[in-house]
Design a protein around this ligand. Structure first.
Ligand code: DAH
Length: 358
């Protein structure tokens, strides 16, 4: 019978000294592949006497596990070495001065977020951020979206692998969980906006699996729908730079607000071109409403005492409208020519006093 110690030493040694990922894969095939040496021995087990089969089989399995482990360890090491090599060749010295005549650009998403913060900052809003990975409670349950709610299908969700207790984290499908976290950790009066990345299983000209939203939340004892309308009207007029921009609040439904509305801005589509602030047409840009009493309760706030409004909008969408960017996917192509065309100069910092970017 084959000396199993020798066999193990041979293949472990081969794995440990493999010089590349390809060489290592060749060794794996020779040892453990369909026609590999160890696999071949496994196949002979059936021909042995029962007693012999048991002890030889057990030992052979140990060899197989040891060789598999050695291959995995070497694979990880080779992978690390490959990354190290890449990092060494792609090293950038960030302290070097910029090349004369070459000025970097601020991405339109960053610029738009800065503009939104500048406008709401003037109105007394603070900024809050959550994390991209959320639990079911904050992304759904606390927002009055129970397990069987159709809104769960509306937002095609990326789920992370199941945890031992059966629960699953998600990539947040909206920025609304940040309003939950804010209400849980701070006392009213609250006046915050929450910009950030969001994720949905969706990809075409107008949808990207990763996109950005900004959430707004105001909670105190007196804020009503009139304040919501005034606040969003001021924001839209400042953001688009159109003083008499018309807004339409259309009744709608969101599980976390009651009543809920969608906001359209006035536009003109005649002649195949979209012009904001003119004509008699409408374009939807955001969702909003009065925070549902159940949501307040879920966050430990007394709905008899506190009330307020919330809103949410897509940042790419309003950036595309304001800056005439036709295709959503180009935002993430990292194409330098695109960035030179649509990007902003680093010193072009938006502020309401200094004038927003036009
Ligand atoms: N969370 C909604 C979405 O992703 C957007 C939204 C609508 C947020 C209404 C709100 C709101 O806070 O009141 O589609």
């Amino acid at each position: 019978m084959q000396n199993l110690t020798e066999l193990e030493t041979k293949w472990k040694g081969a794995a440990e000294t493999a010089g590349s990922v390809d060489a290592l894969e060749a060794i794996r095939v020779e040892a453990l592949g369909k026609k590999g040496e160890i696999t071949g021995l496994m196949k002979t087990l059936g021909t042995l006497a029962p007693e012999e089969r048991k002890s030889f089989g057990q030992q052979l399995n140990l060899v197989k596990d040891a060789v598999t482990a050695a291959i995995e360890t070497r694979k990880a090491a080779l992978g690390d070495a490959a990354i190290e090599a890449r990092l060494a060749t792609e090293k950038l010295d960030m302290t070097l001065p910029a090349r004369p005549g070459e000025v970097g650009r601020i991405h339109p998403i960053s610029q738009t977020i800065d503009e939104i913060i500048a406008i709401f900052g003037e109105m007394g809003f603070g900024v809050r951020e959550g994390s991209d990975i959320e639990d079911d409670f904050h992304n759904f349950e606390a927002l009055n979206i129970p397990k069987d709610h159709p809104a769960r299908q509306m937002q095609d969700t990326f789920y992370l692998p199941q945890k031992p207790d059966g629960s699953q984290m998600v990539l947040r499908t909206h920025t609304s969980p940040v309003q939950i976290r804010t209400m849980q950790s701070e006392q009213p009066p609250l006046r915050v906006i929450c910009p950030g990345r969001t994720y949905r299983v969706d990809s075409d000209m107008t949808h990207s699996p990763m996109f950005h939203q900004v959430e707004g939340l105001v909670i105190d004892e007196k804020t009503h729908m009139g304040h919501l309308k005034g606040c969003l009207q001021d924001f839209c007029r400042a953001f688009f730079g159109i003083d008499d921009l018309k807004l339409r609040f259309r009744p709608s439904y969101f599980p976390f607000t009651e009543p809920s509305a969608e906001v359209d801005i006035g536009c003109d589509r005649s002649g195949g071109e979209l012009k904001l602030g003119q004509g008699n047409d409408w374009l939807e840009i955001l969702g909003c409403g009065m925070v549902h009493p159940k949501v307040l309760k879920n966050c430990g706030l007394d709905p008899e005492k506190y009330q307020g409004f919330a809103f949410g909008m897509g940042i790419e969408r309003i950036a595309m409208l304001k800056y005439g960017i036709p295709d959503l996917r180009t935002f993430y192509d990292a194409d330098l020519r695109w960035l030179k065309h649509y990007g902003f100069l680093p010193l072009d910092v938006p502020s309401v006093v200094g004038g927003l970017t036009r």
